[in-house]
Design a protein around this ligand. Structure first.
Ligand code: M6R
Length: 609
C-alpha cells in the first residue's frame, strides 16, 4: 500500500526520489518522507499529508547520491509527521522505509524499550530501524545485520535500509510486499512497483519472498534467507509502463475513463480469431484437451476485480455452459476451501499485488489446484506465480478507482468465456456473434464517452442525495455493484446495490423522493420484470436514473433520467454500462469537490491483509 523508492548512483538522489514519490503517490498518500546520505550523515525530511507538503520543505536541498523515499498509507498510528517514514535509529546511523505489517512489533517494542531505545513514532515499522542498528554492532556488514533482524520479525515487508557508514549502499528485502530493482548504468533504483522505475530504466529484477539484496551503483547481490545466494533474474518492462502523465485531463480518473477505447483495443488486439470464430489466448498454458476436463470455474478477486469476476461467471456459464461462481479472494482463502482437480481457478487483479488475491492463489496451488490469472501489471507477483493467464494490457492505472482495468478485466473474461465455449458447445455462429460484438466494443465505448456532459447534468440532480440504490437483475446485478462501489469510493456517498428482484423484500421501505435508484437495465429477457420494479419505485416517488440500451416507452414514463448505451451482445453490457456509471460517479464526486484520484482512507494497491 505504501510507495517505496530508493536510489544509489552518480546523480543527486533527492530529485529522483521526489519524482519517484510523485509517480507512486497513488499507493498511499497520507504522509511522505525522504532520507539522503549526506557525506557521512543521514539527512531526513518528513511531512504529514499530501506530497506537496514534503515538497514545500525543499528536499532537493539535501545533497547526496544515495537515498530513499516513502509515501505512506497508515496501518499503525495516525497520519502524522512522526509516523511518516523513514524511521531512524536513535543515533541516526540507520534509516528504514517499510511497506507491510510487523506482527510482533508490540513484543519487540517492549523489549527494545527495556534496553533503552527511545521510540519516536507509533508505527510497527520503527522497530526495524532499532533492531538493525543493534545487529550492526555484532554483524560484519549491513546485509548481515538486516538478515539477522528479519529472522526475528514476523509479518510482511517490502523494506529498504540505509546505513550512514556504508556509502552508496542500500539493502532491500521482500516478504509479502513487492520490491523491484531497476538496473541502470552506474546507478540502481529500488521501488515498490515499476511505475517509479520506467523513466530511468527498462531492465528490472523482482525480489522474491525471502530475498535480501545488497545494492550499490555497480550492481546487486541477492541472498535468499532460506537458501543462500541466488542469481537474480532480470526482465524488460512493458513499453506502456512509463506512460503515467495526465495529459490534458484534470485528473487521472477522467483520463483513464477516456482511455478505454484504446485500452480495450489492446486487451482484444490479436486475440479475436474470425476464421474459426474463437479467440487466441497464448499465455494460458493449459491445452484445449486439458480444458475439456474442466467441470467448473471459480473466479476470485477483491473489490472491482471481484465484481468483474461476477460478470465473468455469468459469461462463462452462458457461453461455455460451465458451472461458474465468483467469490471475494479474502473470504475464499479463510474458509478452508475444497480444491478440486477438475475446477479451473481464475484470479483477477489489476495490480497483481493484492495480498488476499495472492494468498488465495497460493492456497489453491498448495492444495494442487490449477490457477490462471487475469492481470494488468506485467511481471507482478501474481503474474509470476500463476500457472498461466491473460494479460489485460490496459496500461498503467494510477487513479485509485479502477476504471479502464475493470473494463479490460470484463473483456478478458469474455475472451476466456468464448475460448471455453468454443471448445465445448458454443456454435461457430454464436462464437462469431460475440467476436463481432467484442470487435465493436472500443467504438461503442467512445459513443458512451461522448455523453459525458449529459451524464454530468444527471449527476448534478442526485449529488445532494445522502444515499443511493443501484439495481440490476441477473447478469446486470454485478454492474449495479460496480456502479455503487465507484460512487462510494470517490463521492463518499452511501450507495447500496441489490438485485432488482429483491426490491419488495426490504429495500422498498426506504424509497421516497430523497432516495435515488440507479438501474442497469439491459434489453434482455428480464426487461419486462425489471420495468415492473421501476414502476413500484416510481409509485413511491423514488427518482430513477436508468442506464439502458432498450427503447421502451414505459422507461420514458418511469425514469427521471435515461442514459442510453449502444446495443451489444448480452454478455458485454457490463462494459458499456460500467463506462456510463464511471462517468456518473466521477461527475457526482467532481461536483462535490472531492479528490477523485486519491480518495480518503484508500490506496491503489492493497498489499496488506
Ligand atoms: O489490483 P487489484 O485489481 O487486485 O485491486 C483490487 C481492489 O483493491 C480494487 O479493485 C479496488 O476495489 C478499487 N479501488 C475499486 O475501484
Amino acid at each position: 500500500m505504501c510507495g517505496i523508492i530508493a536510489y544509489t548512483g552518480t546523480q543527486q538522489a533527492a530529485p529522483i526520489l521526489m519524482d519517484g514519490l510523485r509517480r507512486l503517490a497513488y499507493r498511499g498518500y497520507d504522509s511522505a518522507g525522504v532520507v539522503v546520505q549526506n557525506r557521512s550523515k543521514l539527512k531526513a525530511l518528513r511531512a504529514a499529508g499530501k506530497l506537496e507538503n514534503l515538497a514545500a520543505r525543499k528536499p532537493e536541498s539535501i545533497k547526496g547520491t544515495c537515498g530513499m523515499g516513502h509515501t505512506r498509507w497508515a496501518t499503525h498510528g495516525e497520519a502524522t509527521e512522526a509516523n511518516a517514514h523513514p524511521h531512524l535509529s536513535n543515533d541516526q546511523r540507520v534509516a528504514i522505509i517499510h511497506n507491510g505489517i510487523i506482527e510482533n512489533a508490540d513484543q519487540l517494542r517492549t523489549r527494545l524499550s527495556n534496553e533503552g531505545v527511545e521510540f519516536l513514532s507509533e508505527t510497527d515499522s520503527e522497530v526495524l530501524a532499532h533492531l538493525i542498528r543493534r545487529e550492526l554492532d555484532s554483524a560484519e556488514n549491513l546485509l548481515d545485520a538486516v538478515c539477522n533482524t528479519l529472522k526475528i520479525i514476523q509479518g510482511t515487508y517490502g523494506l529498504v535500509v540505509i546505513d550512514s557508514e556504508q556509502p552508496n549502499t542500500l539493502v532491500a528485502a521482500r516478504a509479502g510486499s513487492p520490491v523491484v530493482i531497476g538496473i541502470g548504468e552506474n546507478e540502481m533504483l529500488v521501488a515498490s512497483d515499476t511505475t517509479a522505475l520506467a523513466s530511468h530504466t527498462r531492465e528490472v529484477s523482482h525480489l522474491l519472498d525471502g530475498d535480501v539484496a545488497l545494492i550499490t551503483p555497480k550492481g546487486m547481490q541477492v541472498r535468499s534467507l532460506d537458501t543462500g545466494l541466488r542469481e537474480p533474474q532480470t526482465t524488460q518492462l512493458d513499453e506502456h509502463t512509463a506512460e503515467t502523465g495526465r495529459g490534458e485531463f484534470p485528473n487521472y480518473m477522467l483520463k483513464e475513463i477516456f482511455e478505454q477505447p484504446e485500452s480495450l483495443a489492446r486487451t482484444l488486439g490479436g486475440r479475436l480469431d474470425k476464421r474459426f470464430n474463437t479467440v487466441r489466448l497464448g499465455g494460458l498454458n493449459v491445452s484445449a484437451r486439458e480444458l475439456l476436463d474442466v467441470r467448473a470455474v471459480k473466479i476470485l478477486g477483491c473489490g472491482t476485480a471481484y465484481y468483474a469476476g461476477l460478470s465473468g461467471a455469468h459469461m462463462i456459464e452462458s457461453l461455455a455452459r460451465l458451472s461458474t461462481s465468483a467469490e471475494p479472494a479474502a473470504e475464499f482463502r479463510y474458509r478452508n476451501p475444497v480444491i478440486e482437480r477438475d475446477v479451473l481457478y481464475v484470479v483477477v487483479s489489476q495490480s497483481g499485488e493484492t495480498f488476499d488475491t495472492l494468498a488465495a492463489t497460493r492456497e489453491i496451488q498448495r492444495k494442487g489446484g490449477q490457477v490462471i490469472g487475469i492481470n494488468n501489471v506485467v511481471g507482478s507477483s501474481l503474474a509470476r506465480e500463476v500457472d498461466g493467464g491473460i494479460y489485460m494490457h490496459a496500461g498503467p492505472e494510477i487513479s485509485v478507482a479502477s476504471t479502464k482495468a475493470y473494463t479490460s478485466m470484463v473483456a478478458s473474461l469474455a475472451l476466456l468465456a468464448v475460448y471455453l465455449g468454443r471448445i465445448r458447445d458454443l456454435s461457430p455462429e454464436a462464437g462469431g456473434q460475440i467476436i463481432s460484438a467484442l470487435e465493436a466494443l472500443p467504438a461503442q465505448v467512445t459513443e458512451v464517452l461522448s455523453q459525458s456532459e449529459e451524464i454530468a447534468s444527471v449527476a448534478a440532480q442526485v449529488q445532494n442525495a445522502k444515499s443511493a440504490f443501484f439495481i440490476g437483475r441477473a447478469a446486470a446485478h454485478p454492474i449495479a455493484l460496480e456502479g455503487a462501489l465507484k460512487l462510494k469510493e470517490i463521492a463518499y456517498l452511501h450507495a447500496e446495490a441489490y438485485p432488482t428482484s429483491e426490491l419488495k423484500h426490504g429495500p422498498l421501505a426506504l424509497i421516497d423522493e430523497n432516495m435515488p435508484t440507479v438501474a442497469a437495465l439491459p434489453n434482455d429477457d428480464l426487461l419486462d420484470k425489471s420495468i415492473s420494479s421501476l414502476a413500484e419505485i416510481n409509485a413511491r416517488r423514488g427518482p430513477i436514473v436508468v442506464i439502458t440500451n432498450a427503447n421502451d416507452p414505459r422507461i420514458e414514463k418511469l425514469a427521471s433520467h435515461i442514459v442510453r448505451v449502444p446495443d451489444t451482445h448480452d454478455a458485454l453490457h457490463p462494459v458499456l454500462m460500467a463506462v456510463a456509471l464511471q462517468l456518473f460517479a466521477y461527475h457526482v464526486a467532481n461536483a462535490l469537490g472531492k479528490d477523485v484520484d486519491q480518495p480518503r482512507n484508500l490506496a491503489k494497491s492493497v498489499t496488506v491483509e
